[in-house]
Design a protein around this ligand. Structure first.
Ligand code: SF4
Length: 374
């Protein structure tokens, strides 16, 4: 994307050491789902009822200066000022990823107009069985599929975003990518889950080696037509490819929410600042990264490492050529091990049954928490 390339090059030319690429703007923590792996909806009711004002959203955007604004939450379609905020960001020529579970998209779609600046990034954690299990409610996958079709038919840009947890089956994930590709989504985003200390299900987070093995099985032979709206070098990092053992860039995706600017990243909460400059100046960035901090040990999430990969892509000829190669020829994996192994659960091409879903495990899901109960 030209906006990202020019932003990186401009900062390189001015020799700026740290700069953001994506503002993570959380206007509320309320949600209409209560997924087991979510660390955002566990706040008490009086917090869940609160929202940022549009002015706070615009101030944060202007302070930060990132070319992309991702609006997660909570569920942004429950935000009472979502139309005003999206219109204001489009007027600022920001590329918006509205990260939604799509449950309300059919009802709210008329609030928005198709534009190159707005993309609906639909939360889809796999095929129907896996997705409904991950979000702890049956029927959500089917609703999301309908919402994707509707948004595409209205001319909106649509991508998917998928978080993979322990137990993900490579063959099923590949089938899921096929299904999203056939639907016509513009791109797919995929990331391992981060073990939020507040998430109700602490058993299902992937550790680094398992993350690499899983992504190798999924991505080593990408099918024609799959499109990811992620840096190919980030995907190679997830696969554990030699030369891609990146360090985290926590300032790449700074987070602004009800408490202010969150230190140091989207995932950890080590304090807040009032202004973006204060965040950049007062955070001890050297404390963070998988080799420096216990809380970062297993983290490989896109909000920490994608910015590193993008910096590699646009920061050197070598990185740029590696990106072109991965885009044209697929990901560079020539290892031996688990790719295509005879392990039924791991074989990327063998049709495997979805994991047996024990509905009694719904106890690990968070209590549906919309902030109206407290
Ligand atoms: S490694 Fe992960 S948890 Fe640690 S600072 Fe980076 S993004 Fe945050």
């Amino acid at each position: 994307m030209w906006a990202v390339a020019s932003h990186v090059l401009k900062n390189k030319l001015t020799r700026k050491k740290r700069y953001p690429l994506v503002l993570m703007l959380e206007p509320l923590f309320r949600c209409n789902l209560a997924c087991a792996g979510c660390g955002k909806i566990q706040y008490p009711g009086h917090i869940l009822k609160q929202e940022l004002t549009p002015e706070q959203c615009f101030n944060a955007t202007d302070q930060c200066g990132a070319p992309i604004v991702s609006i997660p939450g909570g569920e942004p379609l429950m935000y009472s000022k979502i139309q005003e905020v999206v219109e204001g960001l489009v007027a600022r020529k920001k590329y918006i990823y509205l990260c939604t579970n799509a449950v309300l998209l059919k009802e709210k779609i008329d609030l928005f107009k198709p534009t190159k600046y707005l993309t609906f990034s639909i939360h889809m954690d796999g095929l129907e069985e896996e997705h409904d299990f991950a979000v702890c409610r049956e029927g959500v996958y089917k609703d999301a599929l309908e919402a994707i079709k509707l948004a595409l038919s209205r001319g909106f840009r649509v991508t998917t975003n998928t978080t993979l947890f322990e137990g993900a089956r490579p063959a099923r994930v590949r089938e899921f990518f096929d299904e999203m590709t056939a639907l016509g989504v513009e791109g797919m985003m995929v990331s391992p889950g981060y073990s939020y200390s507040k998430a109700p299900d602490q058993e299902s987070f992937l550790h680094r080696e398992r993350t690499r093995g899983l992504f190798r099985r999924i991505l080593a032979a990408p099918r024609k037509g799959w499109r990811f709206n992620q840096s190919p070098l980030f995907l190679e990092f997830l696969m554990g490819i030699e030369g891609r053992d990146y360090h985290c860039t926590p300032w790449g995706n700074p987070t602004y929410n009800l408490f202010g600017w969150q230190k140091p990243c989207y995932l950890l909460q080590e304090g807040y600042t009032e202004t973006f400059d204060e965040l950049m100046e007062t955070t001890d960035w050297d404390q963070y990264g998988h080799d420096k901090n216990e809380k970062c040990r297993d983290c490989m999430v896109h909000s920490g490492y994608e910015a590193t990969a993008v910096d590699q892509t646009f920061g050197s000829l070598r990185g740029f050529l590696a990106t072109v190669r991965a885009t044209l020829l697929g990901y560079r994996w020539s290892g031996d091990d688990d790719v295509g192994s005879s392990d039924g659960a791991a074989d990327r091409n063998e049709a495997v049954e979805p994991p047996a879903v024990d509905r009694t495990e719904a106890a690990s899901c968070g209590a549906a928490n919309t902030g109206t109960k407290a």
